[in-house]
Design a protein around this ligand. Structure first.
Ligand code: ZN
Length: 165
């Protein structure tokens, strides 16, 4: 235990990049509660957004993901403002002036482990205040990071509106 504590202290204080340090000292600035729809109503989770001086940490915790051949699920911020009507009005990816996967709202995919996915990711692609009121969307398929306009990610299975805390 003592050795472990020393080790952790050493690592923590000698990291060249201090994003994780900052994350440990912050409360989330905004979040989205993710809920599945249609055949995927069991999908549920939260996405938290932490404001850093130059960028944003996105932390996702999603469960109830279906079993698929890849168990990888495309994950984006969409420019719409509601998840109503089984995600009919979610719009395109946030910041349509760039091409996929260079939209401001393009995020790493969720890698599911028996239905559960967790990750944290740092980005300077958007200002945190510009995504308040936008949507986080989970897709059924892998994001191929090539096909326009959305990476051939398949149907939307879950969605949540980003709200400021
Ligand atoms: Zn995109």
């Amino acid at each position: 235990m003592f050795i472990n504590t020393i080790f952790n202290f050493y690592i923590f204080n000698n990291m060249q990049n201090d994003i994780f340090k900052k994350l440990c000292s912050l409360s989330p600035y905004a979040y989205a509660q993710i809920k599945g729809g249609g055949s995927y109503a069991q999908v549920f989770g939260y996405v938290y957004f932490f404001k850093l001086p130059a960028g944003v940490i996105v932390m996702a915790d999603v469960e109830g993901l279906p079993h698929t051949s890849s168990n990888i699920f495309a994950f984006h911020i969409h420019e719409g403002d509601n998840c109503d009507n089984n995600f009919l009005n979610t719009g395109g990816h946030f910041n349509p002036t760039a091409q996929h996967p260079n939209h401001a709202g393009d995020l790493p995919p969720l890698f599911s482990n028996n239905g559960q996915a967790w990750f944290a990711f740092y980005t300077e692609r958007f200002n945190i205040n510009d995504i308040i009121g936008r949507l986080v969307v989970v897709h059924l398929q892998v994001d191929d990071f090539t096909t326009q306009p959305a990476g051939n990610a398949g149907e939307k299975i879950a969605c949540g509106k980003i709200v400021k805390i």
